[in-house]
Design a protein around this ligand. Structure first.
Ligand SMILES: Nc1nc2c(ncn2[C@@H]2O[C@@H]3COP(=O)(O)O[C@H]4[C@@H](O)[C@H](n5cnc6c(=O)[nH]c(N)nc65)O[C@@H]4COP(=O)(O)O[C@H]3[C@H]2O)c(=O)[nH]1
Length: 864
């Protein structure tokens, strides 16, 4: 049958079994009964003929005994006739007769029916004179004999001399004048007991036979029971008529009804039933066995089919697996093999079986295969081990998966080894790796790989107590070349730079491109001595600078490229990866600041500042939560010296570092974004202060200006925040001034102007802080709703010494006034400065001359 189409037909053989068993039981029971019946019939017949034989034998014996014994009457009758009625010497003759008839009890002569002679006399004396014709018991049979003239058997009767006997009575007739005249009787008497004894009737009992000896009446009916060995004779008796003189006896012989006979029949019936049951059982067993056999056949078919299915499934699965599959033992001997890709084989498939890896694989691959086998032998499974093979001049990569097969303890362990061709994956992985870790333009490691190598270098330093150096290289005039000659040429230059960098370093070092024209060289495994390390790093940097200075030929022209190189040395545990990179970067900027084409080592002072900033940023995060900020207020006065307002200046009281000036922490807050919550805090506290002043009649006119950082101002909801604060503290918007710096106005002017217009609509005043230090432009001054210009204190400081500063202050005041803006000078420390500015019509003044930043209470003392 076809494997695919093979199906199982399992017949239902469960029905029919009980019927067959019942039929077999019934048929067997019937046959058994018939056999028993037949056997019983035969037994019956045989017993019956046996009975008949016994009955006839005993009847015949009785008849013979009687006839023979009673025939003695004829002898006696002859004697009577011969003696003409007289018998001489009767006793002697009778004695002689007795010898011939030993079973006769006694002989009697009864002339006219009266006993006159008896032999033997002894014991029978009493019978003498007994009249047979007149005895009421015997007279009927005596008369019968007389009248019939035939010998007649009388009895059994009770004899007068005692006991029971039968009497053969022969009537004797004498010729008298030619006339027959009755003389009397000759009698032969037999003791019944003796007769029966000799007739052996008792032996029937031994034959399990019952008998009954009856005397029959004239009409043939039993009239007197003579003898019997059983109370009841069965109706199926064998009856034999015994002809006795002038009468008949009947001998009935029947089997004695024995219990065991019916028991035997019942036993036979039971045996029949038992045999029937056995036959039925056998039938059931045969049917069951057949059924079981058929069931087993079905199961075998079913299992075979399943095995076929599983096998074809396995075969299809194996065919679908594009891998090489081997079954091998621990010695590498190949026992089974499967491969849909014949092109990946190092030998013909048939050559694999029975051979080991040693016969096909090169050393390296073989070692890996055995190591995978050993691993699988120990752990049950091995995966991920890879090896490569040269097939048709191409390098192919294979990955091994090995699993240990369950085996009996006597056998060597076997393994399923799958070898997967991962060449494509390897190629893809390496291109992905290239993309992920290498700069596509120059082929140099990118920033990620550099950091990885730096990490390894730090670890190496820690283990081997060595040092490393990082060189940050920036091409000084790359931008000019790129912009003037185009990006393609710029790219070409970068590629050539990369080649020269690689040429300048050892194999253990790394040259990376981390962006634009920025390259980094990682020098690892340098001596522990800092001086020597610095010397080596400086030498490499000089070599690189020199190599780069050699002209590059780009578009047939030669270009000289200079570079700024920053160097930092590192050991393990001192700094993080980013920090090391940052230090080299800083050093590079130092080199740039030093006039380019220079090599600079990282300045620890710079780093200290960075570290300090870092610490400040950590502290700033906690400062708000721990309420470490407070505001001071610096007075602002008019030309008359009257207090018109104040500038709110934030103060940070650090628990360990003490009072930290805003110039130190505000830039850090701006850089970290913390300026937003801090600015919010300042706004709220300034508004709170204005709210307090509102209740003082002499202070309610005071304005309060606050510094707003660029980041704070560029928040999309900045205006809403101001509005909410005004509402919350119910203050006059005119009293609140926002100080913005010039630099804030340059970026995203539309957004700045929109916000400024919204704020001025609210009534908020805007002041331009540090005016004169930035890119002041008349255009935006005109377009923006600014109320005030604040002259930067650096100009005020030198106003009396430096003409330029004085001129600048003059110009700012004139400009402000020409634009109808209020002008305020900050940093006024002396009377001369105040007078100069006042003469120039500066409107307001702020500076130590009028008061240093102080608490709100201190400030109000200036009024009261
Ligand atoms: N030598 C001298 N200095 C004078 C004189 N008069 C005023 N000053 C100082 O000049 C600075 C004026 O503030 P700024 O220009 O806005 O410059 C501020 C401002 O840019 C920033 N700042 C202060 N508070 C805040 C604030 O709440 N928010 C923001 N964003 N920045 C603030 O920190 C800067 C420095 O603030 P401060 O250290 O408080 O220094 C204040 C003030 O104490 C004087 O006669 N002589």
């Amino acid at each position: 049958m076809d494997r695919q189409t093979k199906s199982i037909v399992i017949k239902d053989r469960s029905t029919g079994t009980p019927y067959s068993v019942i039929v077999v039981f019934i048929v067997t029971a019937i046959v058994s009964m018939l056999i028993i019946w037949q056997v019983e019939s035969r037994n019956q017949d045989s017993r019956r003929s046996d009975l008949a034989l016994h009955a006839h034998n005993h009847a015949s014996l009785l008849e013979t005994l009687l006839n023979q014994s009673l025939s003695a009457n004829y002898a006696l009758a002859s004697l009577v006739r011969a003696g003409d009625g007289e018998v001489q010497h009767f006793s002697a003759i009778a004695a002689k007769l007795h010898q011939h008839y030993p079973i006769v009890s006694h002989f009697t002569l009864s002339p006219n029916g009266i006993v006159s002679e008896v032999y033997p006399l002894e014991g029978n004396e009493v019978s003498l004179g007994f009249n047979q014709l007149e005895d009421s018991i015997q007279n009927a049979e005596a008369l019968l004999a007389k009248e019939s003239g035939l010998m007649t058997l009388a009895g059994p009767v009770a004899l007068v001399q005692g006991g029971t006997g039968v009497i053969g009575r022969l009537p004797v007739f004498m010729d008298h004048n030619q006339e027959e005249r009755f003389w009397g009787f000759t009698n032969v008497t037999l003791r019944l007991e003796e007769l029966l004894r000799i007739a052996n009737l008792d032996t029937l009992s031994n034959q399990n036979m019952a008998y009954a000896l009856w005397k029959l009446s004239k009409d043939g009916a039993p009239s007197q029971l003579i003898s019997s060995n059983s109370e009841r004779i069965r109706s199926d008796s064998v009856d034999v008529i015994i002809n006795v003189p002038n009468g008949a006896w009947l001998l009935k012989v029947a089997p004695i009804h024995l219990i065991f006979e019916s028991g035997a029949l019942a036993l036979k019936l039971l045996l029949g039933l038992f045999i029937s049951s056995l036959a039925a059982l056998q039938t059931w067993l045969i049917i069951s066995l057949r059924h079981d056999r058929a069931f087993l056949e079905d199961r075998v078919t079913e299992r075979t089919n399943e095995i076929y299915q599983a096998e074809s499934q396995l075969r299809a699965t194996l065919d679908a697996i594009p891998d090489l599959l081997f079954e091998v033992d621990i010695k590498g001997t190949i026992h089974l093999f499967h491969s849909p890709k014949k092109e990946l084989l190092l030998a013909k498939p048939e050559d694999f079986i029975g051979h080991t890896f040693d016969d096909f694989l090169p050393d390296e691959a073989r070692v890996i295969c055995y190591s995978a086998l050993n691993e699988a032998n120990e752990k049950g499974f091995s995966s991920g081990k890879c090896y490569s093979l040269e097939i048709d001049n191409q390098c192919h990569w294979f990955e091994l998966s090995v699993s240990k097969k369950a085996a009996s303890p006597d056998n060597l362990p076997r393994f399923i080894l799958i070898s997967r061709d991962i060449t494509e994956r390897k190629t893809n992985a390496s291109s992905i790796e290239r993309l992920a870790f290498y700069d596509p333009l120059t082929g140099l490691p990118n920033r990620r790989l550099l950091l990885d190598r730096l990490q390894q270098a730090l670890a190496w330093n820690e283990r081997h107590e060595t040092k490393g150096a990082l060189l940050f290289i920036d091409l000084d005039n790359f931008k000019v070349i790129n912009d003037s000659l185009g990006h393609a040429v710029g790219d070409l230059l970068l590629e050539k730079v990369a080649i020269r960098l690689n040429a300048a370093i050892r194999k253990v070092d790394t040259a990376a491109r981390i962006g634009g024209d920025e390259f980094v060289i990682l020098l690892s495994d340098l001596p522990e001595d800092t001086h020597l390390t610095a010397l080596h790093a400086e030498r490499v940097a000089s070599k690189i600078a020199q190599l780069l200075r050699n002209p590059f030929t780009l578009l047939d022209n030669e270009y000289v490229v200079t570079s700024s190189i920053g160097i930092t040395l590192f050991t393990s545990g001192q700094a993080s990866l980013d920090e090391v990179l940052q230090r080299a970067d800083l050093a590079m900027y130092q080199a740039k600041n030093a006039g380019k084409n220079t090599i600079c080592f990282f300045d620890p002072a710079l780093q200290e500042q960075i570290d300090h900033n870092l610490e400040l940023s950590r502290g700033l995060r906690l400062a708000l939560d721990y309420n470490q900020f407070f505001l001071e207020f610096q007075p602002q006065v008019n030309r008359e010296g009257a207090l018109v307002g104040a500038e709110a200046l934030i103060r940070w009281c650090h628990p360990e570092l003490g009072l930290i000036p805003p110039n130190r922490f505000i830039p850090v807050a701006e850089e970290t974004g913390l300026i937003i919550p801090i600015g919010d805090w300042v706004l709220k506290n300034a508004c709170k202060q204005l709210h307090i002043w509102k209740s003082h009649s002499k202070a309610k006119h005071l304005t309060l200006s606050i510094n707003v950082s660029s980041r704070q101002f560029s928040q999309s909801n900045f205006v809403e925040q101001i509005k909410a604060c005004l509402n919350q503290y119910e203050i006059d918007p005119k009293c609140l001034e926002l100080e913005l710096t010039e630099s804030m106005l340059v970026k995203d002017q539309n957004d700045v102007i929109t916000k400024m217009l919204e704020l001025s609509k609210l009534g908020i005043q805007i002041s331009l802080d540090d005016f004169g230090t930035g890119y002041s432009s008349l255009t935006y001054l005109k377009r923006m709703p600014i109320k005030q210009l604040k002259i930067d204190q650096s100009f005020v400081k030198d106003i009396n010494m430096d003409l330029d500063s004085a001129n600048l202050c003059d110009a700012i005041i004139s400009l402000g006034h020409s634009l109808s803006l209020e002008v305020i000078a900050e940093g006024v420390e002396t009377l001369d400065q105040f007078e100069y500015l006042a003469q120039r019509n500066c409107d307001l003044f702020q500076g130590y001359y009028f008061g240093k930043p102080s608490s709100a209470d201190q400030l109000l003392k200036l009024i009261f």
